[in-house]
Design a protein around this ligand. Structure first.
Ligand code: COA
Length: 263
């Protein structure tokens, strides 16, 4: 499944927000398959139960706690439950996010606030609670799942881009503040990723260019999970405060020009 040894996260405990579905679920599975005990936390109990059972059947020790990352007290409850059940917390993946495609004029005040609250304030809430309770004393890792477009102008995503620009900023600030405590903080900017709710929401919206990216294919959820694994492993021990694109090169292909066909 990955190039890493199966036991590299043995004796570690990981929290994955939004871990019941999509990319978060694959991240939870990947960390679990490499030995970590997992807690998934999100809003819908039925998804949490189903995924915890599925991962459990795969041999992963996985608990769930229902939580809306916008609510500080709910987030603190998640961290307390993890410590109560597993005794520690080492890895936090801030993956929970909200999104819908809409032009600025089509986003209500509440719609804008909801997305910024989930994506940015949610990441802050979880980061603060996990650091104060555990990471501050034992070191660890935070990986924020951000987006690939916040440093550019992308239509239909004003709310998400604003929130994710904040997440990138928080990644850098928390890396600087937490570094002396042995906590590394990094972010991943996924490109188009197959078989996700995010992709479903953009179905029917036309994009420019013939190829999805320089590598020529749409990424998989495991591509993102593998980068999380790398970032929480010793292989990246001198990397912190970085936003790493996992997008097949989409973000560096500015004009998406077609190469002339070979004759
Ligand atoms: N277009 C325009 N506005 C929309 C919208 C859409 N497609 N979807 C939701 N909104 C607006 C709602 O109308 C509401 O604003 P209003 O009160 O002014 O009417 C506001 O967003 C909040 O939506 P609501 O569903 O009441 O709140 P929520 O907190 O449960 O929803 C969202 C959060 C908005 C992010 C919602 O899209 C969501 O829950 N998504 C599921 C997770 C997700 O986005 N996954 C994809 C990740 S890439």
């Amino acid at each position: 499944m990955t190039v890493f040894r199966d036991d590299i996260l043995q004796s570690k405990v990981a929290l994955v927000t939004g871990g019941a579905t999509g990319i978060g679920k694959q991240i939870a599975r990947c960390l679990g398959r490499h030995g970590a005990k997992i807690c998934i936390a999100s809003r819908k109990q039925e998804n949490l139960v189903a995924t915890a059972e599925e991962l459990g059947a795969e041999g992963i020790e996985c608990i769930w706690v229902r939580c809306d990352v916008r609510e500080g007290q709910e987030v603190e409850h998640v961290v307390n439950e993890i410590v109560r059940q597993f005794g520690q917390l080492d890895i936090v993946v801030n993956n929970a996010a909200g999104n819908f495609p809409a032009p600025i004029q089509g986003i209500s005040y509440n719609g804008f606030r909801s997305v910024v609250d989930i994506d940015l304030r949610g990441t802050y809430n979880v980061t603060k609670a996990a650091f104060e309770s555990q990471l501050k004393y034992r070191g660890g890792h935070i990986v924020n799942i951000t987006a690939p477009f916040q440093n550019m102008g992308v239509s239909l995503q004003a709310h998400v881009a604003a929130a994710k620009a904040g997440v990138d900023s928080l990644t850098r600030t928390s890396a600087v503040e937490f570094g002396p405590h042995g906590v590394r903080v990094n972010a991943i900017a996924p490109g188009a990723t197959a078989d996700t709710e995010g992709m479903d929401r953009f179905e029917g919206i036309e994009a420019g260019g013939d190829s999805p990216c320089p590598l020529g294919y749409v990424g998989a959820k495991q591509d993102i999970a593998s980068m999380v694994l790398f970032l929480v492993s010793e292989a990246s021990s001198y990397v912190t405060g970085q936003v790493i694109a996992v997008d097949g090169g989409t973000s560096i292909d500015l004009f998406k020009l077609k190469l002339p066909t070979e004759s």
